[in-house]
Design a protein around this ligand. Structure first.
Ligand SMILES: [Zn+2]
Length: 421
């Protein structure tokens, strides 16, 4: 039988991290079992991976005569990162709040002075859809240059029906004009607008927004938090979404333990996010259901808040994923930086953090069968780091290690080779 023809061959990698898991999230004892291959190679045909292994193994399986060849000597090859928690679409910025936060000004005082989320809501309501699309394209490009090939994007800075739909449409339009795959999440229940009570607004979300979000989003999310949306309101909102096919995910137990982790398990949500104050019982229920814990260490850094107990989730058998939580209060587009934070503040190992940023994040978006690992038959989303092994992601921070990014078999980022010496 003739060997299949490769269109792209990456070879001589000092380390190829396959994160091979047969389409499943990695958890418990396997949380850091990322399938490292030395002298690694990967062959791609069109949009798909056709061989992965050592260079000798791959060259035995494919015909690379007509392939573009990338020499990855001294470099690390990984799956493209999946950023599974972002608030991609908003207008304006809030850089003035950095100084206030370092001075210890409470968030409520920032809000009262017209800052915080209410400022972003005002600016996002005032922006045109095309302004939002242009902002998002720039962000997606920066993310791609840092190795992120799949991004989840939440609405939530409109807090009225018209603006929430404008935000979801902007995310869809930005995705069409970029190389990154964007997964839309409707998060109308992100905060309570000044003009309504939480009960009145929850009704607007379920009766007015969710029916219109049905064709615009894949997921429905809610900010389940003391004095924002109660467990009852959150359940009602997520069930209303579920009824029309929007899959639930949830901002849970971020500032207070309110039973958000338990609610995620009860509703069979694909994931629960933040989880700083999740209870032991909540963790146990998430482990039973296979609910992914999406942890967001850049939020802790940016808002000077405590960090989630990743070790407890891993020990309980809950799959842990990482996201940037990119938003106007946490302007972080970089998954490598998020990995570096996770290896310090969340006490994750570099290999656990790599799995969390790839296959487990893909699982939290129901895409673990297609992206998040380098396995035959999967979509060819690949990054090459200018570093000899994956531990550099945790070790060398504040710089961009990414040299090449391949999305669906096409080279979409190709950085200049850095001069040595
Ligand atoms: Zn969030």
């Amino acid at each position: 039988m003739p060997k299949p023809n490769a269109t792209l061959l990456i070879q001589n990698a000092s380390e190829l991290v396959s994160v091979a898991s047969q389409g499943k999230a990695l958890s418990g004892k396997n949380a850091g079992n990322v399938g490292i291959i030395q002298d690694g190679a990967i062959a791609i045909a069109g949009e798909k991976i056709i061989a992965v292994g050592t260079k000798a193994q791959v060259l035995k399986q494919v015909d690379a005569t007509d392939a573009e060849i990338i020499d990855a000597s001294g470099k690390t090859v990984l799956p493209g990162f999946v950023d599974c928690h972002t608030h991609l679409i908003f207008a304006g910025s809030r850089e003035d709040e950095v100084e206030l936060k370092s001075k210890g000004v409470p968030y409520l005082d920032i809000l009262k002075a017209g800052g915080g989320i209410l400022k972003t809501v005002r600016q996002t309501r005032a922006a045109t859809q095309s302004q939002l699309v242009e902002n998002a394209k720039k962000t997606l490009r920066t993310m791609l240059e840092h190795g992120t090939t799949t991004v989840e994007a939440k609405s939530g800075y409109g807090l009225d029906t018209k603006t929430e739909m404008k935000i979801l449409d902007a995310a869809t339009a930005a995705a069409k004009q970029s190389s990154t795959e964007v997964v839309n999440t409707f998060l109308g229940a992100h905060a309570v607008p000044q003009e309504l009570t939480s009960e009145a607004y929850a009704k607007t979300v379920t009766d007015d927004m969710i029916p219109q979000a049905r064709t615009r989003a894949e997921y429905c999310d809610v900010f389940c938090e003391k004095d924002v949306f109660s467990i009852d309101q959150s359940r009602r909102i997520l069930l209303a979404g579920k009824k029309i096919g929007l899959k639930p995910r949830i901002h849970a137990d971020q500032l207070h333990g309110t039973g958000g982790a338990e609610l995620a398990a009860e509703l069979n949500a694909v994931c629960a996010d933040h989880l700083i104050h999740a209870s032991q019982n909540g963790m146990k229920k998430m482990a039973e259901r296979g609910t992914v814990a999406v942890l967001l260490p850049a939020t802790g850094l940016s808002s000077l808040l405590p960090y989630a107990d990743a070790r407890a989730f891993i020990e309980a058998g809950v799959p842990v994923a990482l996201g940037t939580d990119f938003n106007p209060n946490c302007w972080c587009e970089s998954m490598p930086f998020t990995i570096a934070l996770a290896c310090r503040y969340l006490k994750m190992t570099p290999s656990e953090a790599v799995a969390a940023a790839t296959i487990n994040a893909a699982a939290s978006l129901d895409r673990a069968d297609r992206v998040g690992s380098l396995e035959v038959g999967k979509q060819a989303d690949v990054v090459i780091l200018d570093a000899p092994n994956h531990k550099f992601l945790a070790y060398q921070f504040g710089v961009n290690h990414i040299q090449t990014v391949v999305k669906k078999g096409k080279i979409v980022v190709r950085q200049e080779q850095r001069e040595k010496g």
